[in-house]
Each structure stands twice: as structure tokens, then as C-alpha cells.
Design a binder for this molecule. Structure first.
Ligand code: GAR
Length: 206
């Protein structure tokens, strides 16, 4: 029985993309650090187990991360997927889940780690933008890259138009990366990701 834990903080559109495309996953558990996350409602509608762990209820990052790890470990997930989870995780937490903690980031890493990626892309005048799925390491947004998608920056683009087009690509590549992982097709080669047989995963509808 393979399970997947998805961590969210907000809208949960990437979570939804994972729920709709889950393959070789028997069980999904969604955990939010934000009790008002819109994604929680969506997950409940899908009949997925949800857990709220409000970080405001903890005195510091370490105690929150310890409680989060306890919730996660209770489900023995094969993979933990950050899907718009907007909290920095402690090094200890990240190391505990080395090579099974994935994140989706709205830029072509290593360009624009951190927040405000679309505004910064426009400011720099770059012509190609996109998104990245990577393994999480203690260095923020700089872990081994699994898959990326690129889009052109068009004349007249705004933060919003860019965000919309990048998000469409996020919804395409995140399920793909998760599917590769669940099928044991991702291997680490000297800190670089290699995908065995990188053909498109057969995704089954939820
Ligand atoms: C997505 O664009 C995701 O890449 C980004 O937040 C958004 C969440 O949207 N994540 C980060 O910036 C992480 N540093 P969603 O809640 O609709 O999936």
C-alpha cells in the first residue's frame, strides 16, 4: 500500500492536479498549516483525509516541524509533495525525508528561488520563464531538479498572466514527476536526477 502526503497552504490547485492524476497511489493525505486553505475544501470534496496543523499554535519552527513529522510518519508515505506549502522547513525535517520530499516552484530554477518569481522575471526582462519540480534540500529551492517546463514571456505579460500560464505547466509536470517517483523510475546519480524510461506516465483518473 503506497501513500502520498501532500502539504498545502493555500489554493491547492497543484494538489488537485495530483489528486486527479494519481497513479499507483493507494492513499493520499493532505496536511495544511493554514486552517483556511481553500485546498482543504477541495481535498474533502475528493474524499481525501485532511489534517490541519496550524503553525501559529506552535512556539517555534522546530516544534511545528516535529509535530508535522509525527503526522506524516503515522501514514508511512512513500513520498511527501509540497504543493504551495509556504513555510520554510528546518534542515532537520528536510534531512529526515531526503530524496522523498518534492516541491514545485514557479520559476526555472536555479533562477529566482524564493518568493515573487513572476515579478522578478518581468523585472529582469527574461524571455523564457517556467516552473521546476525538485527534491527539497536544506538549500532553499536548490535541490536536485526532476522536471521543468518553459514558457515564453510575451510582450504585455503581467505578473498575473505569467502566473496563469506557468501554473498550467505546473499542473502538467507535477503529476508527471510524482508518477515517475511512485513507479520507482527516479534515481539519484551523484546528486543529479536520472529518470529511467522517461516516457509519459500512464495516469489514471481518480
Ligand atoms: C504555485 O505556483 C507553486 O509553484 C507556488 O505557490 C503556488 C501554489 O499554488 N509555490 C511556491 O512558491 C513555493 N515556494 P496552488 O496552491 O494553487 O498549488
Amino acid at each position: 500500500m503506497e501513500s502520498l502526503v501532500i502539504l498545502i497552504s493555500g489554493n491547492g490547485s497543484n494538489m488537485l492536479a495530483l489528486l486527479e492524476a494519481r497513479s499507483q497511489i493507494d492513499r493520499v493525505i493532505v496536511i495544511s498549516n493554514n486552517p483556511n486553505a481553500r485546498g482543504l475544501e477541495i481535498a474533502r470534496k475528493y474524499g481525501v483525509e485532511t489534517i490541519v496543523l496550524d503553525h501559529h499554535a506552535f512556539p517555534n519552527r522546530q516544534t511545528f516541524d516535529t509535530a508535522l513529522a509525527e503526522r506524516i510518519d503515522a501514514h508511512q508515505p512513500k513520498l511527501i509533495a509540497l504543493a504551495g506549502f509556504m513555510r520554510i522547513l528546518s534542515d532537520r525535517f528536510v534531512q529526515r525525508y531526503q530524496n522523498r520530499l518534492m516541491n514545485i516552484h514557479p520559476s526555472l530554477l536555479p533562477a529566482f528561488p524564493g518568493l515573487g518569481t513572476h515579478a522578478r522575471a518581468l523585472q529582469e526582462g527574461i524571455k523564457i520563464h517556467g516552473c521546476t519540480v525538485h527534491f527539497v534540500t536544506p538549500k532553499l529551492d536548490l535541490g536536485p531538479i526532476i522536471i521543468q517546463a518553459a514558457i515564453p514571456v510575451l510582450p504585455g505579460d503581467t505578473e498575473e498572466t505569467l502566473a496563469t500560464r506557468v501554473l498550467q505547466q505546473e499542473h502538467r509536470i507535477y503529476p508527471q514527476a510524482v508518477c515517475w517517483f511512485m513507479e520507482d523510475r527516479i534515481i539519484m546519480n551523484e546528486n543529479h536526477v536520472e529518470v529511467l524510461d522517461s516516457r509519459i506516465c500512464e495516469l489514471t483518473l481518480y
